[in-house]
Design a protein around this ligand. Structure first.
Ligand SMILES: *Cc1c(COP(=O)(O)O)cnc(C)c1O
Length: 362
């Protein structure tokens, strides 16, 4: 007889990396730590939320049907190519559950999104983290070289969280041509709307998907659409791939309020444009001000900047907290700062000035 006094989880559960939290013990004045939008939902989105909330005694559609219909029309892809869920992370987890598992490997760049190793290990697969190239960019040669007989998926993140770097169209085409067609290629575009990359155009997506049935594009309403708190995301891929993801998706995975808000946000072009313009303006100004102070940072296509200050990261985070702004610190590597609020950006600059004045090294 076993003598455990409490149920034991699967062994891998104890070994999962923990998703990091913003530092600080008091709520900050500005949250620049999670790449949230600084803008509240638009009136049209709020109205949709209220309407959906008024009948939330009912189940939502089984598979996010109204959102699937709206996305299908906007992107010019068939509804069968879309899978929605409670945030793009939930959809990614379903994808990894369907296509990876024990005995398989998943290749991704590192540092990249910290959820990847957690979700890959949770699926039972081996995480293969390929260090970024100089310039904080994906090392596509090394990633292609890391592919083995066991590789089931490769995750590309563009713009990359937390470095903000963007894969050029030609780079993406080249890596897609190099990856064997039986391997799933995830292109996580959580921050796509903040780039001026042509990857944004739906014509390009349709062409990419037609040429690469193993490509899975991952998108979210959490960032540019400002709905992080509601949890809505989706993937676009070949209908056969989508069908397998749907098979492992929990029924009613997208809640009715999130779905209504996402449909309304998708139609609110003006709100999206205003958010993106606010971010791009702040990003340009803050990047310039930081460069003026001697910091070297990669160009960002996202709603954040990466300050690769290495050993100074923890002290820079403390300086930011002292100015009332929370940021995301990866100790020994760098600090990621969300942009989009002029007040928060000014607070970050004050913090950097104080940090430099205290003798810290760029
Ligand atoms: C924020 C983020 C997501 C979004 O996750 P949701 O579950 O949709 O909120 C996905 N990928 C990356 C790289 C992110 O930074």
């Amino acid at each position: 007889m076993m003598t455990h006094t409490r149920p034991a989880p699967r062994p891998l559960v104890a070994s999962l990396p923990v998703y990091s939290k913003a530092g600080g013990t008091v709520p900050p004045r500005w949250r620049a730590s999670s790449n949230e939008s600084f803008l509240p939902p638009s009136p049209a989105v709020l109205a949709a939320i209220e309407e959906a909330a008024s009948h939330c005694q009912r189940y939502p559609s089984l598979q996010g049907d109204p959102l699937v219909a709206a996305l299908s029309a906007q992107l010019g892809v068939a509804p069968e190519q879309l899978v929605t869920g409670a945030g793009s992370l939930a959809v990614l987890q379903q994808l990894l559950t369907a296509f990876t598992g024990p005995g398989t490997e998943v290749v991704f760049a590192w540092r990249s999104y910290e959820a990847y190793p957690i979700l890959v290990r949770l699926a039972g697969a081996l995480d293969v983290a390929v260090p970024l190239a100089p310039g904080h960019r994906h090392d596509l040669d090394a990633m292609a070289g890391a592919i083995t007989e066991s590789t089931a998926a490769v995750i590309l993140c563009s713009p990359n969280n937390p470095t903000g770097t963007v894969l050029a169209d030609a780079e993406l085409d080249a890596i897609l041509d190099r990856i064997p067609p039986h391997i799933v290629v995830v292109l996580d575009q959580a921050y796509l709307e903040f780039t001026d990359d042509t990857g944004a155009s739906s014509a390009r997506i349709v062409a990419l998907l037609a040429n690469h049935p193993n490509l899975v594009i991952l998108r979210t309403f959490s960032k540019a659409y400002g709905l992080a708190g509601l949890r809505a995301g989706y993937l676009v891929t070949h209908p056969d791939v989508a069908a397998h993801v749907r098979a492992v998706s929990p029924p009613f995975g997208l809640n009715a309020v999130a779905e209504a808000a996402a449909v309304a946000a998708l139609a609110d072009d003006a709100a999206l444009a205003a958010n993106v313009a606010t971010v791009v303006e702040g990003r340009t100004a803050l990047a310039t001000a930081l460069a003026d102070r001697g910091l070297t940072l990669p160009d960002s296509g996202a709603n954040f900047l990466w300050l690769p200050v290495g050993d100074g990261s923890a002290s820079l985070e403390m300086a930011c907290l002292a100015e009332g702004v929370s940021v995301r610190c990866f100790a020994g590597e760098g600090v990621r700062v969300t942009v989009g609020s002029r007040d928060a950006e000014a607070a970050v600059l004050r913090a950097v000035d104080a940090w430099l004045a205290a003798g810290n090294d760029r």
